[in-house]
Design a protein around this ligand. Structure first.
Ligand SMILES: [Zn+2]
Ligand SMILES: [Zn+2]
Length: 373
């Protein structure tokens, strides 16, 4: 048999009935603590300090469901004792911490941040390094991430009684969720901190260097661990997610590892052959065009395509699109006609062979003229 342990009547210290619920206890504690605000006791009256210590101790027990149960049952409790001689202002600070929900005091990881980065077509294809000025939400230094001025006591959220979470019942199951009224904080912001407007976090811009690997596609995301908002109470920082947008190139397109280009060429130039200027990922290059290159011919520029992390490169494929003259003057048309008259079967041998075959074919060929197979 355990002998009941002698202890002060903590219910009396807080001025609440024995059956008081959690919210009543928190509210009573908050009110009592407010009356011990250091501003009301300039110089820290010794009597007030001793009384305040008892109040803080009482809440240390009754404010914790497990300890309260043991206390009610007269069992030993491993409760935090307030050290004798603690200054009033210091006690007050511990009250603020106590009134926060259990969650708020435990380690909190920092939030993840999303950053959108626009890349030029060539940067995405070849990879690049960028220096970003990244806005990161850090805990507000002015209010220590609480959202209200340090000299105020937190206003306890009535819905969750300051715990920051609520039990939701769905049929037979019940789940613990963040309290929607206080956003899981356990307290309501009545007087907001001026520096963070009650959010508890402020945006700080920090430089971040990122390496964009070669060959990234539009919409790809890079995860940079630990580059998000700072954590609280020793929690790890969040991550930074960089979402990439690749600006289309006015002339170049991508197909897998290859870069595609359609290059219009004057029919006269195609006949003569020569050098063509073409844009590539690495700026303008010259491409050799053989004489009499036909429409639709594909010229391969090896190693000028999209890069891969291992060092491999795709090719650039240039499709030749022959352009025929339009809007010729009477003079130009006459010159072309003269040129045509001068050309014999040896100038256009394929056409000449075809025409010869048509002339020697039997008559039935003519009746099927115009029909499609
Ligand atoms: Zn709440
Ligand atoms: Zn603040």
């Amino acid at each position: 048999m355990n002998t009941p342990i002698e202890r002060p009547d903590y219910y009396a210290v807080l001025g609440v009935p024995r059956g008081a619920d959690a919210l009543t206890i928190r509210r009573a504690y908050r009110q009592l603590a407010a009356s011990y605000h250091p501003d009301r006791h300039p110089g820290g009256s010794p009597l007030a300090t001793v009384r305040f210590q008892r109040v803080v101790e009482a809440f240390g027990i009754l404010g914790d469901p497990e300890r309260r149960e043991r206390y009610d049952a007269g069992q030993a409790i491993d409760a935090p004792k307030v050290e004798e001689g603690t200054a009033l202002a210091e006690l007050f600070g511990s009250v603020v911490d106590q009134l926060f929900g259990v969650k708020a005091r435990s380690l909190q990881p920092g939030p993840d941040v999303l950053y959108r980065l626009d890349l030029e077509f060539a940067e995405a294809a070849l990879g690049t390094r960028r220096e970003l000025s990244l806005p990161r939400p850090d805990p507000c230094a002015r209010c220590d991430g609480r959202g209200f001025p340090l000299e105020h006591l937190p206003e306890i959220c009535p819905r969750c009684a300051g715990r920051g979470e609520i039990q939701r019942r769905r049929g037979l199951r019940s789940a613990v969720e963040a309290c929607p009224d206080c956003d899981g904080r356990g307290h309501l912001v009545v007087v907001a901190c001026e520096a963070c407007e009650g959010r508890g976090r402020v945006e700080v811009r920090r430089p971040l260097r990122i390496d964009v690997p070669p060959g990234v596609a539009d919409g790809a995301e890079l995860l940079i661990r630990g580059a998000g908002g700072a954590g609280r109470h020793g929690g790890p920082p969040g991550d930074c997610i960089v979402r990439l947008t690749v600006r289309p190139h006015p002339l170049l397109r991508r197909r897998g590892m290859d870069v595609l280009l359609e290059r219009p060429v004057r029919v006269f130039d195609a006949m003569a052959g020569g050098w063509l200027d073409v844009p590539t990922l690495e700026g303008p290059r010259r491409l050799r065009l053989a004489p009499n290159t036909g429409d639709g011919a594909v010229l391969r520029m090896s190693g000028l395509g999209v890069a891969a992390t291992g060092g491999a490169r795709g090719d650039q494929l240039v499709t030749i699109r022959l352009e025929w003259p339009t809007g010729l003057s009477a003079e130009q048309a006459a010159a072309l006609e003269a040129l045509a008259r001068q050309s014999g079967p040896e100038t256009f041998p394929r056409t000449a062979r075809f025409e010869a075959a048509v002339q020697s074919a039997p008559d039935e060929g003519e009746r099927q003229d115009g029909r499609r197979a």
